[in-house]
Design a protein around this ligand. Structure first.
Ligand code: MN
Length: 434
């Protein structure tokens, strides 16, 4: 099943072994960071020196290399044929994004991408997973299955096809363990409940968390990862009841109740937690700290944890504040923000865990552009296709829109946001009443 992928990964490994110095450009998110760590560890073991830079956009960021080095793009590149064509060096792209256009490379070019090997890179293999296939051709690197898993989790992929193969190899050799229980962040119960965004539990005051824990007779100072089975079950039930009372979408439950992955030899054992910490490092431009954790350098653990804590507190605070600003339309809910730091995580948490019965439209006005995130769920999507709604409503006000039926987006002129929202509401009403 993975023959084509392995064959291309082998070509990449052979090209790597022909070079003395590797210049790596990786995407700055958790998938890109863990992908770079998978490759870096396998390069160290193969005795190959390298340099890594984290990049937001390969088309506009400056890429420094010399023509006798090997250039490797990770978790990006497949969508930038003009960049690949412009590189005057041997080049490898290790990516899982859909390959667009046709590159005309001037030197040797190897392209490792699940889409080119019969796999769907949007959910069957991450950038870190693709890097793992290359690492496997460079030597005995099964222990890196744990680091590859971080990108799989961070990109919200499924444990299927290529990803499932990686987890299987990690499980068989004892690097990964599958445990029953709550798949949430780690920490003391009072912190976990207060800071969690997956799921978001809607506590407005720390005192509400204390009360919640008192009701089920659990101390807030116990570590979630150290709960016995009976207590964990009690907690899971109480969380489920709270989410139902908060009007959460039923699909939220299967994500955090059931199983979690435990990484036996990593600095943070809870795979979801480690993925969240590396994600936070990437979000606040502390890539090297996230990378160091993936390289198992314990001296960075404290700093990484502090970065995560600050980042997560800010996100939760933002959700808490914005919740009260959500407005009611006829058929939708909407939120209009100015210069908010992020829109995606706020829109997802609010629509999944608090306002799941109607589409939620979140607008962020920043630098004289209004960016729109629209969210719903499979139940609503049976009637309302948000991608079509975003496209039609945006076109009406001189913008553009599209996406998926449950998660779509648009860009519209700020002065026409009000008109846009009215049109979205009208279209949703029309769809819903068919
Ligand atoms: Mn990715």
């Amino acid at each position: 099943m993975f023959d084509l992928l392995r064959a291309e990964a082998r070509k990449a490994a052979e090209l790597i072994m022909r070079h003395d110095f590797i210049r790596i450009f990786a995407h700055y998110d958790v998938d890109g960071i863990s992908a770079s760590a998978v490759l870096a560890t396998s390069l160290l073991r193969a005795g190959k020196p390298f340099h890594i830079s984290y990049v937001r956009n390969p088309a506009s960021d400056e890429l420094e290399y010399s023509s006798d080095e090997l250039v490797i793009f990770q978790d990006m590149g497949s969508g930038y044929p003009e960049v690949i064509s412009s590189i005057n060096a041997d080049i490898i792209v290790i990516d899982h994004h859909f390959p667009y256009g046709k590159a005309t490379p001037t030197r040797t070019f190897v392209h490792v991408n699940p889409h080119l090997a019969g796999l769907d890179g949007s959910f069957e293999l991450s950038g870190s997973g693709t890097a793992y296939f290359v690492a496997s051709e460079l030597g005995e690197n099964h222990d890196l299955s744990t680091i590859a898993l971080l990108g799989i989790i961070g990109d919200k992929q499924q444990i299927t096809a290529g990803n499932a193969q990686i987890v299987k190899e990690g499980l068989e050799r004892g690097f990964i363990e599958e445990r029953k229980g709550l798949n949430m962040i780690s920490g003391k119960l009072k912190d976990v409940l207060w800071l969690s965004t997956e799921p978001y539990l809607g506590f407005n005051e720390p005192a509400e968390v204390d009360e919640f824990l008192e009701d089920i007779s659990l101390s807030g100072d116990i570590e979630l990862d150290e709960l016995d089975e009976e207590s964990e079950e009690k907690l899971a039930n109480a969380i489920a009841i709270r989410l139902l009372g908060n009007n959460a979408y039923e699909g939220v439950f299967e994500q955090f109740i059931g199983r979690k992955y435990w990484l036996r030899h990593e600095l943070v054992n809870n795979a979801f937690m480690l993925s969240e910490i590396v994600n936070a490092c990437g979000r606040v431009s502390e890539h090297s700290v996230g990378f160091a954790l993936c390289m198992r350098d314990e001296s960075y653990l404290h700093r990484a944890y502090e970065i995560w804590m600050r980042f997560q507190s800010e996100v939760v605070e933002e959700i808490r504040k914005r919740r009260a600003e959500v407005q009611e339309g006829e058929c939708i809910r909407y939120l209009i923000m100015e210069r908010a730091p992020t829109t995606g995580p706020i829109a997802s948490a609010l629509s999944r865990c608090l306002f799941s019965d109607r589409p939620l439209i979140v607008v962020n006005i920043k630098n004289s552009i209004a960016k729109v995130s629209a969210r719903s769920n499979a139940r609503i999507a049976e009637k309302i296709d948000l991608a079509a709604v975003m496209r039609m409503a945006a076109e009406k006000v001189g913008g553009t829109g599209g996406g998926h039926s449950v998660a779509a987006g648009a860009t519209v002129p700020p002065e026409r946001v009000e008109e846009f929202i009215k049109e979205v509401d009208r279209l949703c009403y029309e769809f819903a009443s068919v």
